[in-house]
Ligand binder design. Structure first.
Ligand code: NDP
Length: 247
């Protein structure tokens, strides 16, 4: 799947929402999905970054995207519900969601994690995904085939010292994906996780400041798995957690 060659029109007619679409992996996913025919809904908190992605997509001659400025830190279920209603009115359906936005938080000893830090990271990495998906499920139900891809991490499968809240949030993400995959197994919606592996982004640089960035894969290099899971070639894949960079 990591050597998947997507047809140019793989995502034609599909409407796909990407969270954290302004930077890093989410930005690259938006550009890549658009270049394969999708109409992208760019969700993120920094409007100038979303506008830059919008401009790049339009300059490339791809379908005009939509921008949803939303800070996942403060957003409550009603915000997601309002957004879902707007998507339903504007597009009539939603074919895909890439739940990608994430916060690393501060790496520290477990005993030192403050309640504020715990709640902040959990709000962005977990709670927001719950509210987002609860709101979007009825719109995803209107698509012929819908794919939801959540973003995990290697520390979402094996706990690692000092990665406390982030690690727990990724374990919970994997759990949520499995619950949804089982609950919707006889429906048009499938749920899977991607673990990007070490990828050259701002988040990786902040976690490993001494690392040479050019030793890492770029977001563009890990896109085959994202395309595979978003397109209909993966229609039989449900409830799996897949690696962009398997060991
Ligand atoms: P980046 O930090 O480069 O990008 C994260 C994106 O999420 C940014 O667009 C950021 O917006 C957005 N975001 C963060 N907080 C919020 C918020 N409160 N509200 C709305 N948007 C928010 O991270 P990556 O691209 O590296 O990470 C993408 C995903 O991949 C994450 O889930 C991460 O945990 C996961 N991952 C990454 C790995 C890596 O090596 N890079 C490895 C394993 C997993 P803004 O730009 O405005 O801050």
């Amino acid at each position: 799947m990591n050597d998947y060659h997507a047809p140019h029109d793989l995502l034609k007619q599909k409407v796909i929402l990407i969270t954290g679409a302004g930077d890093g992996i989410g930005k690259q996913a938006a550009l890549t999905f658009a270049s394969h025919g999708a109409t992208c809904i760019l969700l993120g908190r920094t409007v100038s970054k979303l506008e830059a992605v919008y401009d790049e997509i339009v300059t490339n001659g791809d379908a005009e995207p939509a921008i949803v400025p939303l800070d996942l830190q403060g957003a409550m279920p009603d915000h997601y519900k309002g957004m879902a209603d707007t998507i339903s009115e504007q597009f009539g359906k939603l074919d895909g969601v890439l739940v990608n936005a994430g916060a690393l938080g501060h790496l520290s000893r477990f005993v030192d994690i403050s309640p504020e830090e715990w709640q902040k990271v959990m709000q962005v990495n977990l709670n927001s995904s719950v509210y987002l998906l609860q709101a979007l499920l009825p719109v995803l139900a209107k698509a012929e085939q819908a794919s939801v891809v959540l973003t995990s991490s290697s520390v979402g499968r094996k706990g690692r010292a000092f990665w406390g809240t982030y690690s727990v949030s990724k374990f919970a993400t994997e759990g949520m994906m499995e619950v949804l995959a089982d609950e919707y197994k006889n429906s048009n919606i499938r749920f899977n996780c991607i673990n990007p592996g070490a990828t050259r982004t701002a988040m990786r640089a902040s976690a490993f400041p001494a690392e040479q960035p050019d030793t890492l894969k770029t977001p563009a290099e890990i896109m085959p798995l994202y395309l595979y899971l978003m397109g209909n070639d993966s229609v039989e894949i449900n409830g799996q957690s897949l690696d962009c960079q398997p060991k």
